[in-house]
Design a protein around this ligand. Structure first.
Ligand code: GTP
Ligand code: SPV
Ligand code: MN
Length: 589
C-alpha cells in the first residue's frame, strides 16, 4: 500500500516484536471494514443491534477492569525527567522500552496485526498530521475508522516523509499490573499495552492529538488543546467560532452540539459543530488563531445523553455507531443508558454482561463512562467548515470546570496573560472518565492535566508566547461554570441549550459591543446583560447569585493555587506569579 521506506521499516520492526501470524493493512475502503465487522460479530467482540432502528450500529463490552483512562499507568518518557514535569508520570525511555519490549514480545502470536494509517485533520490541510497504529484489536480498527481518516488517503498525505507518529497497541492479556500507556515525545512514539478502552487504545486521540501533539505544537509554534469548537450563526448569517476547554465529562460534547433556546431560534440563531473534544490551533496568515478538529468522529459520554439534553448527539448515534459498555434492551435489540429516558428496559443485559431489570435493579445498566463512537457526518449540526483544511477563525477561548461553588457562571479575563492565568488555575471535580475517585476537586489547567506531553510550566510559557505573537488579534479569554449548586445540591443554571445565553454575552464582549462589571477576578456581565427571556426558574436574583464572587472562598482558592504553583518550581512563568499576586491584592479590599 505504500513505498514509504520509513513506514515499511517501522511496521517490520513492530511485527518482529509482537510476532503476529498475519499482517493486514487497513486501506480505508468500506469492503474491508465491513468484512472486519463481520469477523468481530462472529467472534462476539461486537454485537449487532437492531438493523431498522440502529442501522450499522454495534455494541461492545470492554473488560470489567478496563472501562476508563488510567492516569496512574500513563507515562511521558522524555529523555530528561524534568521535561515531563511534575504533573506527569515519568520513566527513562531506555528503561521503559526495555520493560515494554518484554511485554510485547510475541504478544500477537497466532493473531492478526492490523496496520492503520490515519490522518489527524482533514486530508490536504497543512495543519494535519499522520499517524500509524498497529493493533491486535478489530474494535480499535473500526473505532479508528470512525474517529480518524484512515487508509490510503492518510498514506498519500504522508508521502515519503518520516514525520509520522508511531503507535503500537496490543490488548495482550489485559492484565492491570502490566497496563501501560507510554509516550515517547522525542521519538514520535506511543506504546500502549493491556487495555482495550478507548482513551487508552485509540492512539490518535488523547495519546497523539493531545500528548504528542502538545509537544510538537510547542516546537512548531501552535497549540494542541482539549477543546470543542463551535460556530454561532447570528440572524444576519454571520458565523463566529469559539473554542472551549472543559475537563473530561464536563460538557464539551453537549456544548458543541447545543440547540439554541426557542427565543434564539425564533430570531434565527444557529449553532454549528466543528469539534467536540480536541482543537489544533495555528496562527494563520492573517495573524488570527485558526482551529481544526483533528478527529472525524465523536467518542462521547452516553449517560445523560437524551432528546432534551443533547438531541443532536442522540441523532448522531442512530447509525454506524459503536456503543461501549451501555445496557442492551433484549426486547428490541437496542441500547439504553442512565438518563436516556425514564423507561429503563426490564428485559436487558447490563454493561457487565449480566441479566438486568432496569425497573427493579439498584445497579446501573450502563457504566458511568460508557461511550458512543459515532461518525461526525451523522451530526445534524455539523459545520460546513468541518473538513475545511484552513480551519475556522477563533473569536473567543473559554475555560470551564465543574465547581459547586467559587467559580461564577461566567467571567472574562482582563487580557491574554490574565486569561492564561485563568486557564492555569482551572479546577474541577473529577468524573468517571478516568479511573479513580469521582467528585474530588483538583486543579486541571486548561483541562490538560492528564494530556500535556511536557512540563506544564513550559506549557504555560508557550501559551504566553502565542499571545505575544497574536497581539491585538488574540481571541478574548473567558471562564464559565455551568455546575454551581444550590444548598440542596441541585444545579442552579439550566445549562445545555441555555448555555447559548452565556455564549451570546461572550461573543458580544469579544466584539467589544457591550459593557461589563469589573470584579476582583475579572469582568462579568451585569445580571440584566444575560438574556433570560423564556427561562421559567431563573430570575435576575438567581443570576446575581450565579455571578456572585465570594471573596472568602476566592482567598482560600488563592492559597490553594499558590501551593499548586509551587510544584512547578522555577519553570512557572513570572507573568503567572504576578497575576496571582495581583488577584490576591484585588481580593483584599
Ligand atoms: P469527554 O468526552 O470525557 O471529554 O466529556 P465532555 O466534556 O464532552 O462532556 P459531555 O458533554 O459528554 O458531558 C458530560 C456530562 O456532563 C453529561 O452527563 C452531561 O449530561 C453533563 N452536562 C453537560 N453539559 C451540561 C450542562 O450545561 N449542565 C449540566 N448540569 N450538566 C451538563
Ligand atoms: C476524555 O476522557 O476526555 C475523553 C474520553 O474524551 S477518552 O478518549 O477516553 O480520553
Ligand atoms: Mn475529552
Amino acid at each position: 500500500m505504500t513505498t514509504n521506506k520509513n513506514v515499511l521499516a517501522w511496521v517490520d520492526e513492530m511485527g518482529a516484536l509482537v510476532k503476529p501470524q498475519t499482517v493486514v493493512w487497513i486501506d480505508g475502503g468500506q469492503a474491508q471494514l465491513d468484512a472486519l465487522k463481520q469477523e468481530a460479530l462472529a467472534s462476539g467482540e461486537l454485537l449487532e443491534l437492531n438493523r431498522e432502528l440502529l442501522p450499522g450500529c454495534t455494541l461492545h463490552r470492554s473488560a470489567l477492569n478496563d472501562v476508563a483512562r488510567v492516569e496512574n499507568r500513563t507515562y511521558i518518557c522524555s529523555r530528561k525527567k524534568e521535561d515531563a514535569g511534575p504533573t506527569n508520570n515519568w520513566e527513562d525511555p531506555v528503561v521503559m522500552y526495555e520493560k515494554l519490549r518484554k511485554l510485547y514480545d510475541g504478544a500477537m502470536k497466532g493473531k492478526t496485526m492490523y496496520v492503520i494509517p490515519y490522518s489527524m485533520g482533514p486530508i490536504g490541510s497543512p495543519y494535519s498530521k499522520v499517524g500509524l497504529e498497529v493493533t491486535d484489536s478489530i474494535y480499535v480498527v473500526l473505532s479508528m475508522a470512525i474517529m480518524t481518516r484512515v487508509g490510503r488517503d492518510a498514506l498519500g498525505q504522508l508521502g515519503d516523509s518520516n514525520d509520522f507518529v508511531r503507535g503500537l497497541h496490543a490488548k495482550a492479556d489485559l492484565s492491570e499490573e502490566n497496563r501501560y500507556i507510554c509516550h515517547f515525545p522525542e521519538d514520535n512514539a506511543i506504546w500502549s499495552i493491556n487495555s482495550g478502552y478507548g482513551g487508552n487504545v485509540l492512539l490518535g486521540k488523547k495519546c497523539f492529538a493531545l500528548r504528542i501533539a502538545s509537544y510538537q505544537g510547542r516546537q512548531e509554534g501552535w497549540l494542541a488543546e482539549h477543546m470543542l469548537i463551535l460556530g454561532i450563526e447570528n440572524p444576519q448569517g454571520e458565523v463566529k467560532y469559539v473554542a472551549a476547554a472543559f475537563p473530561s465529562a464536563c460538557g464539551k460534547t453537549n456544548l458543541a452540539m447545543l440547540i439554541p433556546p426557542e427565543v434564539y431560534r425564533e430570531k434565527g440563531y444557529k449553532v454549528w459543530t466543528v469539534g467536540d473534544d480536541i482543537a489544533w490551533m495555528n496562527i494563520g496568515e492573517d495573524g488570527r488563531l485558526w482551529a481544526i478538529n483533528p478527529e472525524s468522529g465523536f467518542f462521547g459520554v452516553a449517560p445523560g445523553t437524551n432528546d432534551k439534553s443533547n438531541p443532536n448527539a442522540l441523532a448522531t448515534t442512530q447509525k454506524g455507531t459503536i456503543f461501549t459498555n451501555v445496557a442492551l434492551n433484549l426486547d428490541n435489540n437496542t441500547v439504553w443508558w442512565e438518563g436516556l429516558d425514564k423507561n429503563p428496559p426490564e428485559n436487558a443485559i447490563d454493561w457487565k454482561g449480566n441479566p438486568w431489570n432496569g425497573k427493579t435493579s439498584d445497579e446501573k445498566g450502563a457504566h458511568p463512562n460508557s461511550r458512543f463512537t459515532a461518525p461526525a457526518i451523522n451530526c445534524p449540526s455539523i459545520s460546513k467548515e468541518f473538513s475545511n483544511p484552513a480551519g475556522v477563525p477563533i473569536s473567543a477561548i473559554i475555560f470551564g470546570g465543574r465547581r459547586a461553588k467559587t467559580a461564577p457562571l461566567v467571567y472574562q479575563s482582563r487580557d491574554w496573560n490574565h486569561g492564561v492565568f485563568v486557564g492555569s488555575i482551572m479546577a474541577s471535580e473529577t468524573t468517571a472518565a478516568a479511573a479513580g475517585a469521582v467528585g474530588v476537586v483538583r486543579r486541571d489547567p486548561m483541562a490538560m492535566l492528564p494530556f500535556c506531553g511536557y512540563h506544564m510550566g513550559d506549557y504555560f510559557k508557550h501559551w504566553l508566547e502565542i499571545g505575544k505573537k497574536l497581539g491585538d488579534k488574540a481571541p478574548k479569554i473567558f471562564n464559565v461554570n455551568w455546575f454551581r449548586l444550590d444548598d440542596e445540591g441541585h444545579f442552579i443554571w439550566p445549562g445545555f441549550g441555555d448555555n447559548l445565553r452565556v455564549l451570546d454575552w461572550i461573543l458580544s464582549r469579544s466584539e467589544g459591543k457591550v459593557d461589563a462589571v469589573e470584579t476582583p477576578i475579572g469582568f462579568e456581565p451585569a445580571p440584566e446583560q444575560i438574556n433570560i427571556e423564556g427561562l421559567e426558574d431563573i430570575t435576575r436574583e438567581t443570576l446575581a447569585g450565579l455571578l456572585d464572587v465570594d471573596k472568602a472562598l476566592w482567598r482560600e482558592d488563592v492559597a490553594n493555587i499558590r501551593q499548586f504553583y509551587a510544584g512547578f518550581g522555577d519553570k512557572l512563568p513570572e507573568e503567572l506569579t504576578k497575576e496571582l499576586a495581583a488577584l490576591e491584592k484585588r481580593l483584599e479590599d
